[in-house]
Design a protein around this ligand. Structure first.
Ligand SMILES: [Zn+2]
Length: 82
């Protein structure tokens, strides 16, 4: 496992996303806001195909936290998601 603890994207996500159950889904506005951001890199999710947004990603079972595919790949082992 790479040591990701120095990664710029890592803030306090370990407190709420460690060992979380994430499901790959099309983005569907089920979070707190019309537009969600990746919990790590802050890239935006949108149901509409808008430049620099993503239309699918990994979401918690509660549906309130989204993680993009890139960050899921980068942090998956570290966070024990899979
Ligand atoms: Zn990301």
């Amino acid at each position: 496992m790479n040591d990701m603890s120095e990664d710029w994207r890592l803030l306090n996500q370990l407190q709420y996303l460690y060992n979380a159950r994430l499901v790959f889904k099309p983005y569907n506005h089920c979070g707190h806001w019309d537009r969600e951001q990746c919990e790590f890199c802050a890239k935006k999710f949108d149901v509409a195909v808008v430049e620099n947004t993503m239309q699918q990603g990994y979401v918690t079972e509660a549906g309130d936290r989204w993680v993009c595919e890139k960050c899921y790949g980068d942090f998956g082992e570290w966070f024990d998601w899979g």
